[in-house]
Design a protein around this ligand. Sequence first.
Ligand code: PNS
Length: 168
Amino acid sequence: MKTLALYPGSFDPITFGHLDILQRATELFDKVIVTIAINSRKETVFTGDEREALLKKCLKDKDWAKKVDIEQFSGLLVDFAKQKNAKTLVRGVRQISDFEYEFRMALTNRRLAPNVDTVFLMPNEHLTFISASLVKEVATWGGDLSSFVPEHVATALKEKMKRPEDSQ
Ligand code: PNS
């Protein structure tokens, strides 16, 4: 029987940390569906389609990406999991401070869908401090993004973050 996991998140935008977790997930499961949340209450910089396109480009030419599908979802994650017949959710945990939120989310999801469990993976330690929100903060002030996100993501982010005064 083939194993399937969802890797859900906002991916606003995808970072090297996300890609590391995704690659690790492909080593554990036969198929991983990156599940891009489009209706979370969080305001996003990129639309669902933009986030999907950025992610797709990251996966181009990567051998392990053959095991990856990308889908956007809205609504409850566990409903999407049921729809896909997925029993495992993958989440990255970078440090202990992530854990409390992740633990609550995993248990909430399990209360809603008792047969859906969450597996936590840790990224390579040199990526543990990277977060999409810090990447956006660095981008806002024109900092170097090369160690946080792939080049095309940095370019897209810089374009989005352009402030009106930058073009004057
Ligand atoms: O990358 P993020 O923003 O930490 O991802 C959070 C996400 C999108 C996985 C989470 O907010 C989610 O699953 N949202 C969908 C709504 C839902 O199912 N909420 C119940 C989980 S507590």
